[in-house]
Design a protein around this ligand. Structure first.
Ligand code: FE
Ligand code: FE
Ligand code: ZN
Length: 277
């Protein structure tokens, strides 16, 4: 099964997202658990979730990806920001229990001058506080572009975080194609080499989802500006290789390209045409 979708607005609830996904030709989607720049979470409506789950089952949806707000930074030098990250991640994971078996992705954080090692330690400390043995959600570290003081642009940094998390069975990684390219990994030109490096350092069994974005900047630029598929430095042929790669093709692919819904529908159609049987 080709599991393909895009980022959708969560403002109308889960059934609305499911219906929109179907209209776009998608069989999964990503959503923010709350306003990406704010803090207040809307209460979950169990009836909305139940109706959505029936729709998702009827239409063979794949794994969903929830995304934490951008304001979550577990390795800020500011203690209040770290406390907000703990509260938000913990609260989001409780709400995710309404949708058992799905994925929750967050940006590992920006160390804001404390240094990468201190950042890694604080990220792992936060995860050790919020993960629960009986949770039904896998928490993903997103591969980052390395802009500013971002932690998680090197595979070694992700590995170090995972090594320090006690309940690491509940942890995985989401590979963002724009971010890894911006971080300096030539995912377009040498996907085999990049995925071999990922396997050696992190382990391909940790890889649970792919953010499929072209990049407005060349490899190593550390900019994090997403482009529509085929309009950036990665190019359409690279995405044909990525979505069909034996190490990736079983994973859910989520678009986060600068698009309105018709643009997403066109990209999903393009990727489906590029997918081999
Ligand atoms: Fe992200
Ligand atoms: Fe992403
Ligand atoms: Zn990004």
């Amino acid at each position: 099964m080709f599991t393909i979708g895009c980022h959708l607005s969560a403002s109308g609830g889960f059934l609305a997202m499911g219906q929109t996904a179907l209209q776009l030709g998608a069989n999964t989607f990503q959503f923010f658990t709350r306003n990406p720049r704010g803090s207040k979470a809307k209460a979950i409506d169990p009836q909305d979730v139940a109706t959505f789950l029936a729709l998702a089952q009827a239409h063979g949806f794949g794994t969903l990806l929830a995304h934490a707000p951008y304001t979550v930074n577990p390795c800020s030098k500011d203690e209040h920001t770290r406390e907000f990250a703990r509260m938000t991640l913990s609260d989001d994971l409780q709400r995710m229990e309404y949708l058992p078996g799905n994925l929750y992705n967050f940006h590992p954080g920006s160390h804001t001058g404390q240094g990468v090692e201190a950042g890694i330690a604080q990220i792992a400390d936060t995860l050790n506080e919020i993960l629960r043995p009986d949770q039904h959600t896998t928490v993903l570290l997103e591969t980052m572009s390395g802009k500013g003081t971002e932690v998680g642009s090197r595979f070694e940094e992700l590995r170090e975080i995972l090594d320090r998390v006690t309940l690491s069975d509940h942890m995985g990684v989401c590979l963002d194609t724009c971010h890894v390219s911006d971080a300096g990994y030539d995912i377009a030109g040498d996907p085999d080499g990049v995925l071999t490096a990922f396997d050696r350092v992190v382990g391909l069994d940790r890889l649970k989802a792919v953010h499929i974005n072209d990049s407005m900047h060349p490899t190593g630029a550390h900019k994090d500006r997403h482009a529509r598929i085929g309009t950036g430095y990665l190019g359409t042929e690279a995405f044909a290789r990525i979505i069909n790669h034996p190490a990736l093709r079983h994973l859910p692919f989520l678009l986060e390209t600068p698009n309105e819904l018709p643009g997403y529908a066109a990209e999903i159609a393009l990727l489906k045409a590029l997918r081999t049987a």
